[in-house]
Design a protein around this ligand. Sequence first.
Ligand SMILES: NC(=O)c1ccc[n+]([C@@H]2O[C@H](COP(=O)([O-])OP(=O)(O)OC[C@H]3O[C@@H](n4cnc5c(N)ncnc54)[C@H](OP(=O)(O)O)[C@@H]3O)[C@@H](O)[C@H]2O)c1
Length: 342
Amino acid sequence: MKQIYNWGIVGLGKIAHQFALDILKTENANLWAVASRSKQKAINFADEFNVPNAYGSYNELVDCKDLDVVYIATPHSFHCENTILFLDHGIPVLCEKPLAINSRQVSQMILASRGRGVFLMEAMWTRFLPMINNMLKLIMEDTIGDVVNIKADFGFKANFNASSRLFDAKLGGGALLDVGIYPVFLSLLLLGEPNNIIAKSDFASTGVDEYCKIVFEYEDNKTAFLNCSITENTPTIAEIYGTKGMITLQSRWHESNKLTVKLLTGETRDYEFEYNGKGYNFEMIEVMKCLTNGKLESNFMSLEFSRKLINLLDKVREKTGITYPEDNISTSDISFQKIYNN
Ligand SMILES: NC(=O)c1ccc[n+]([C@@H]2O[C@H](COP(=O)([O-])OP(=O)(O)OC[C@H]3O[C@@H](n4cnc5c(N)ncnc54)[C@H](OP(=O)(O)O)[C@@H]3O)[C@@H](O)[C@H]2O)c1
């Protein structure tokens, strides 16, 4: 990979700052442009990270010269609209998780990517961490035997603020889509799609889910017990039980650099991996490799995987009664299908 990739960031909130720090540490990645709804905010961000191009609207960024790829870091409810804006202008997109609010929106995004022939990937950064790749290698080598059971959680106590991204349904608030997506991702990666779902949530005064407890049941009595919360600090550990032993992804497992293998023989092995930064560089490298190779999607975090992930989240939402304004089908979806099919 020789080319330097000029990155743009869309939506300059918390994660945008983290991502920008990791761009600075990633070979071949250059932080080239930032876009905010506020020109002053864009200028401040650009000053902080020494970015040459700062825009006061997302629309202006599409005309930025020499821009190679954008990272969408807006609240979930804008992912679909923001992503399609850039795909329509031929600009590759790495979009934050969840790829969108529901399957319908994700289908629109996939249609836009394939219709325009432009790269798209969900920024499920955990998929690219060395710890996850090592876990997969250990499982493929049959170290713990057949995976039969998973327990994984992700919970933290957020300060309640009705108009914040986490608590406002209009911004896609709630535990399941924000943090529950990680345990659901892990279960999909290791056990695939379940045959049966049992799920329960409780709701904040704003209507978003404060927690979600999920049981996925699979063939041969395999099971995943998953749990997420935005009102409680939980251990945030993942345990993968196999017929010969278990793997523990240490806390907080979705970003961890440590895992432990415990075999039924009594043997224990600890693994630790070096990260240069927070860990967002691994997904960035994957995007840049795909672009170098002219690929429209990643083999490791494919659009089909993202579609399965959001389908699963939709099904959990159906069981628990979690809803969003975007769930109402509008007539504009029908004309949307026509644009990309023609
Ligand atoms: N991968 C990870 O580790 C990770 C961690 C945290 C969050 N995330 C994901 O990243 C996304 C953003 O999360 P965040 O924590 O960075 O959120 P945040 O701090 O609230 O920032 C979101 C940004 O989106 C923009 N935005 C556009 N329309 C908005 C609206 N109507 N209301 C509020 N903001 C709006 C704003 O940027 P401007 O004002 O500059 O336009 C805002 O700063 C979410 O989808 C989340 O799931 C991922």
